[in-house]
Design a protein around this ligand. Sequence first.
Ligand SMILES: [Mg+2]
Length: 245
Amino acid sequence: MRLLMNKERCERYCFQKIRSLPQDKRKKMERLELVLFDMDGVLTDTLSSWRFIHDHFGVSNEHSVRAYISGEIDDMEFIRRDVDLWRKEGKLIHSDRLKDLLRQIPLMAGAKDCIQTLHEQDIETAIVSAGLDTLAIRVAEELGIEHVYANGITTDETGYLTTEGILRVPLIEKDKVVLKISEDLKVSRDHMAAVGNSCYDLPMLQMVPLGIAFNPSDECICEKADMIVMGRDLRELLKVFAPYL
Ligand SMILES: [Mg+2]
């Protein structure tokens, strides 16, 4: 299935310009034990938690995105430049303020029903997001998700943000995080599914037997996903999971 929407966006920023996809696709799933969820655009109804804060401050990180995708800067520098944009009178914001701002981001429709149904079937869930852990922790608490892998920002002793990131999920290397999760939780990749909405989720989808493009924002992920779920209601995922529930 090919989608034409936002095609240009993916071509401009596609990570496949700087790395190739992992070629270790698991083929067959006998039982489902763990579902890995991307956050922004999947569990939350926003394109990017970073972008949400940029928009709040009326800034753009277009330059850094370009530098990152062309391989000029790494994830830590990307985070540093992003956070550096959020200054008010030269000062970075307090972590409580960040928390308050991110509270405005809504959950995706059907998120509670979807996660609850999985948990009722003893299927574990995890968030794998290159977005902000402040939001990921809130979402995990609201939905009862057990495991969170997301990126953070260090704070000083008074709780103000510094520009130093805490990198747990490299934007274009979610495949590495899948391996770490498999080790951490002692769950074989053969028993995992992954859900993502953008081409940055592809390395994660490629590592498990059931990779689902949900509410896809670019063509790239649709080409490689095992299943595509259109629309913005996570209950639709349950139809895909039905054979394993
Ligand atoms: Mg996303």
